[in-house]
Ligand binder design. Structure first.
Ligand SMILES: C=C1C[C@]23C[C@@]1(O)CC[C@H]2[C@@]12CC[C@H](O)[C@@](C)(C(=O)O1)[C@H]2[C@@H]3C(=O)O
Ligand SMILES: O=C(O)CCC(=O)C(=O)O
Ligand SMILES: [Fe+2]
Length: 304
């Protein structure tokens, strides 16, 4: 499913100081086929343990495709509201504040689907490398959850129009996407080079992610935190709207099939063998999540 969405602005208290720049680990996937594979796998695991967030270079997703999708999405968002909302139906929808759905032009849909397929392949490669780094077998223990025909994958394209000038914000900061963790296994994000994405460290402090249009940012989602028995952490993040420029971001969410039973992988239970989470299906997790708010801790309901 593909969703094109306009940001919903929300005001939060203005922090005393601008956040520091996040120190984001970069993993070069082009090193992976050769001697660098073990090192890349170790770097992925370390990044998922420390921050639940990293970026990949040498990812193999063609830049021309990325630029073409981004330009087409920007063109779509520039259309008059009525045209964006005209028509109806899945799998491509335009979600405005009231989540109204429409069918963007089919060349855009084809491009989005081609992009989603390329990013999904890349995400599966990343998950295979993670499994290797974790020493778990089979090699597709994680990637199969996103590669399955029934996988609950989604591409979301977010549009954040420029924020009002700071003096109109009355001492508040505007978020275009409030703080949350992503519920899925893995999220693959890129933006059009506009700032705004922030991640929270283990101490809860926010740090600004410098934009990088050549790399993809990867988030560990709640489901991967569960599968790794908490060894990987799902990263809390948000988008702050402060720029004069409009932000367009594209996020591929890799989720398991609805009926998939999720529980810590036996190989990751450690010596004590204690599972931090009870088994649940992805469908169960999603319906539990939808009862709450974006900011809520969704995993606490599934802890042992
Ligand atoms: C309040 C909600 C919005 C959300 C589904 C949820 O119930 C909790 C998680 C939210 C989130 C965050 C990541 C993605 O942007 C998203 C599409 C998802 O899968 O989970 C959103 C959901 C949404 O906007 O519908
Ligand atoms: O738009 C972004 O950069 C991030 C959005 C996000 O976190 C989400 O859609 O879950
Ligand atoms: Fe997110």
């Amino acid at each position: 499913m593909v969703v094109l969405a306009k940001a919903e602005l929300e005001q939060i208290a203005l922090p005393a100081a601008a956040p520091p720049t996040a120190d984001v680990r970069a993993v070069d996937l082009s090193a992976a086929p050769g001697a660098g594979r073990a090192a890349a796998a170790r770097a992925l695991v370390a990044a998922c343990e420390e921050q639940g967030f990293f970026k990949v270079t040498g990812h193999g997703v063609p830049q021309e495709l990325v630029r073409a999708v981004e330009a087409a999405a920007a063109g779509f968002f520039a259309l008059p509201q009525a045209e964006k909302e005209g028509g109806a139906g899945e799998p491509v929808g335009y979600a405005a504040a009231a989540a109204s759905l429409s069918e963007p032009s089919s060349p855009l849909r084809e491009l989005l689907e081609e992009y989603a397929a390329a990013v999904r392949r890349m995400a599966c490669g990343v998950l295979e490398l993670m499994a290797e780094g974790l020493g778990i077998e089979p090699a597709d223990a994680l990637s199969r959850l996103v590669a399955d025909a029934e996988s609950d994958n989604m591409l979301r394209v977010n549009h954040y129009p420029p924020a009002p000038r700071p003096e109109q914000q009355a001492g508040r900061l505007l978020t275009g996407f409030g703080e949350h963790t992503d519920p899925q296994i893995i999220s693959v994000l890129r933006s059009n080079g506009t700032t705004g994405l922030e991640i929270a460290g283990r101490d809860g402090a926010w740090a600004a992610v410098p934009p990088d249009t050549d790399s993809f940012f990867i988030n560990v989602g709640d489901a991967l935190q569960v599968l790794t028995n908490g060894r990987f952490r799902s990263v809390k993040h948000r988008v702050v709207v402060s720029s004069e420029r409009s932000r367009v971001s594209m996020i591929f969410f890799g989720g398991p099939p609805p009926g998939e039973r999720l529980a810590p992988l036996p190989q990751l239970l450690g010596d004590g063998g204690r599972s931090r989470y009870r088994e649940f299906t992805w469908k169960e997790y999603k319906s539990s999540s939808h009862k709450g708010r974006l900011v809520d801790n969704r995993l606490c309901h599934f802890e042992n």
